[in-house]
Design a protein around this ligand. Structure first.
Ligand code: IPM
Ligand code: MG
Length: 359
């Protein structure tokens, strides 16, 4: 048995962040016990919670802890309570976007998969869902409009957000998508708005060149983002790997989550060049349900599974966590967002226990 020790910086954040993160820690502990690995959890304040403590949504100590850890687990940041802050001090910009940029996490991997038992939770027709949903969205995470200049004129009559991409930024994220497609069905759909945007024309040209030169075995299709949004609802089963820029990926991943029944099911990994990763659910801090014990912890638990597989090289441990999630769902145990008639409706904490006990 291996005896490895990994340090995880745990940034629970705001809203439902603390309650869902706590369930992922239980899953990691359980996986650690079963596979002979230990984890040191370095819990640090982030987001509005950190702002309330020290007037900074990303304190230096938190950033330093994230940088020195083996991986980062993030809950969620932001909420109406901090709406009064200047844009650059808000939790979303100061904490989340700064973490992504400072840690060089340019590749955001968002698997969208239909879990057996959740078919009825999806708003799509049974016949559409029955064809299966198993898509991975590869979202560029440190460029585009999120990181351009944002200006509001002094008289408040005009605003401008800059959307910029360099060839190199497109090049490196394309390679991530193509390499991933090779391990799957070998198909990439690159999503852009090349009929309007200059960044998208550069995107299309660069992605096409990488495919021709270095991934001739992968089949590449280009699609406009408006059409992609429609096709995702019409026939999600036709997609495999979706490669897209930062904002389109943000929007399409929320949309795609609905094919699976709940946004509370979707994990993500944000990766840098050296394989370092931050793992977070794709949903936000959901302040409206915070503290009520109804938040679905599965997205965060599955994010922890991605951490085990990608950052720690523990595929069996990752699979054990995913199987535990699959088994509670097949036993029809879930939080209210997924529980339908005939299900056992449980709290966030209880679902965390049920999953951990099956690992
Ligand atoms: C996400 C979130 C963030 C984003 C917000 C909170 C800034 O929506 O991770 O998808 O837009 O990237
Ligand atoms: Mg989003």
């Amino acid at each position: 048995m291996k005896s490895e020790k990994f340090t995880v910086a745990v940034l629970a954040g705001d809203g439902i962040g603390p309650e869902i993160t706590a369930q992922a820690l239980k899953a990691l502990e359980a996986a650690g016990r079963r596979f002979g690995v230990t984890f040191a959890f370095d819990e640090r304040p982030v987001g509005g919670a950190a702002y309330d403590l020290v007037h900074d949504a990303l304190p230096d100590e938190t950033l330093a802890a994230a940088k020195s850890a083996d991986a980062v687990l993030l809950g969620a940041v932001g909420g109406p309570k901090w709406d009064f802050l200047a844009p650059e001090l808000r939790p979303e910009r100061r904490a989340l976007l700064t973490l992504r940029a400072e840690l060089g996490l340019f590749a955001n991997i968002r698997p969208v998969k239909m879990w057996p038992g959740l078919e009825d939770a999806s708003p799509l027709k049974g016949e559409v869902v029955a064809r299966g949903v198993d898509v991975v969205i590869v979202r560029e995470l440190t460029g585009g409009v999120y990181f351009g200049r944002h200006v509001l004129s002094e008289d408040g009559a005009r605003a401008c957000d800059e959307m910029a991409y360099s060839k190199d930024e497109i090049d490196r994220i394309s390679r991530v998508a193509f390499a991933l497609a090779r391990k799957r069905s070998g198909r990439v759909t690159s999503v852009d708005k090349a009929n309007v945007l200059a960044t998208s024309r550069l995107w299309r040209e660069t992605v096409g060149r990488i495919a021709r030169e270095d991934f001739p075995d992968v089949s590449l299709e280009h699609m406009y983002v408006d059409n992609a949004a429609m096709q995702l609802m019409r026939a999600p089963s036709e997609f495999d790997v979706i490669l897209t820029e930062n904002m389109f990926g943000d929007i399409l991943s929320d949309e795609a989550s609905q094919t699976t029944g709940s946004i509370g099911m979707l994990p993500s990994a944000s990766l840098g060049a050296g394989g370092f990763g931050m793992y977070e659910p794709i949903h936000g801090s959901a302040p409206d349900i915070a503290g009520k014990g109804v938040a679905n912890p599965v997205a965060t638990i599955l994010s922890a599974a991605m951490m085990l597989r990608i950052s720690f090289g523990l595929p069996e441990a990752a699979a054990a966590v995913e199987q535990a999630v699959g088994s509670v769902l097949s036993e029809r145990i879930g939080t209210p967002d997924v529980a339908r008639e005939g299900w056992t409706r449980v709290s966030t904490d209880r679902l965390g226990d049920e999953i951990a006990s099956r690992i």
